[in-house]
Ligand binder design. Structure first.
Ligand SMILES: [Cu+2]
Length: 370
């Protein structure tokens, strides 16, 4: 049987054939002894939309950054009606936590698949080079763990996701197994003129679409286990019509009391990933001052965007300085997906209103009769 995995390997081999020209990312290999001599840093990951503390401008040379992620298969409630997803997660959250390193650092991930899980899993880092992004070296059964090291040779925001085999690949991804790594340039972010730009806060928004099967009456079905849900879920997946499109794993995960916060004058970096499907983030009443739509910091950012495009299988980054207080909705500007399917988040921004930028000159009232 010719599997999807073999097809992916075939495509990878073809890529090797045409990639004979040296690129910026290729350099003389560093010896194992030299890598062993590098400083090491252990980072504890935090659940999105938050991001672990990190330097924007690297104050030291390259290092080995150690992360641990534990895979958790678990049912997750994804809306107010109590609809249950047979979720699969990196470290318990959808999306998986965001990792931050600098270009030239080594990422050393210990991936743990506890015996309480039921399936093999792995991780494909779009930021990594070779072996299916590490997917071919990290496939682990329940009760196993693996340690992968890769060099972060390209700066930018990159998706990582589980990619076991065949139809398991999209199933695991749309069950929640995706996240992002941000590889910052050592000198930090730059605008289109090459001038340094920074952020006061960073939020990571992972968008996911879910495909929950329905019963004959149109109600969402629940299942005893991942295995029980598989066949029905695959049928809904093949319709390419999601039942939910959400930020951070559930409808309302980032609205109301869970709103992200900022102050007028603060610059916020918003990293947005979608591992499987295109999306188009928009901050209602705000803008993207600088947007790396494709998420790759070696390219100059676009300026003053109203809406930006995140290709399925990628993560982008938008930098914005809030200028007015209030509640901002941050949406997927397919407004059906935003309002009906769940792809809405909120920013709650405190500060002084600026009448110069906007003022209600006359309150709503009856149309005058002359
Ligand atoms: Cu998986």
């Amino acid at each position: 049987m010719f599997t999807r995995r073999q097809a992916l390997l075939g495509a990878a081999a073809a890529g090797v054939m045409v990639a004979a020209l040296p690129s910026m990312a290729s350099a003389a290999p560093v010896s194992e002894a030299e890598i062993a001599a590098l400083p090491r840093q252990k980072v504890t990951l935090v659940a999105p939309p938050f991001v672990h503390a990190h330097e924007q401008v690297a104050t030291t040379g390259p290092k080995v950054v150690e992360f641990v992620m534990t895979i958790e298969e678990k049912p997750i409630v994804i809306d107010d009606e109590g609809t249950v997803l047979q979720g699969m997660t990196f470290d318990g959250s959808i999306p998986g936590p965001m990792m931050v390193v600098h270009e030239g650092d080594y990422v050393e991930l210990t991936l743990v698949n506890p015996a309480s899980n039921s399936m093999p899993h792995n991780i494909d880092f779009h930021a990594a080079t070779g072996a299916l992004g590490g997917g071919a070296l990290t496939l682990i059964n329940p009760g196993e763990q693996v340690k992968l090291r890769f060099k972060a040779t390209r700066s930018g925001t990159f998706v990582y996701h589980c990619a076991p085999e065949g139809p398991m690949i999209p199933w695991h991804v749309v069950s929640g197994m995706a996240g992002t790594i941000m590889v910052l340039p050592r000198e930090g972010l730059k605008n289109e003129k090459g001038e340094p730009v920074g952020y006061d806060k960073v939020y990571y928004i992972g968008e996911n679409e879910f495909y929950i099967p329905r019963d004959e009456d149109g109600n969402f079905k629940s299942y005893e286990s991942h295995g029980d849900s598989y066949a029905d879920t695959l049928e809904v997946m093949k319709s390419l019509t999601p039942t939910h499109v959400v930020f951070n794993g559930a409808k309302g995960a980032l609205t109301g009391e869970n709103a992200m916060t900022a102050k007028v004058g603060e610059t916020v970096l918003i990293v947005h990933s979608q591992a499987n499907r295109d999306t188009r983030p928009h901050l209602i009443g705000g803008h993207g001052d600088y947007v790396w739509e494709e998420g790759k910091f070696a390219n100059p950012p676009a300026k003053d965007l109203e809406t930006w495009f995140i290709r399925g299988g990628s993560a982008g980054a938008a930098l914005y300085t809030f200028l007015q207080p209030g509640v901002y909705a941050y949406v997927n500007h397919n407004l059906i997906e935003a309002v009906e399917l769940g792809a809405t988040a909120h920013f709650l921004v405190e500060g002084e209103w600026n009448d110069d930028l906007m003022k209600q000159v006359e309150a709503p009232g009856p149309i005058p009769v002359n």
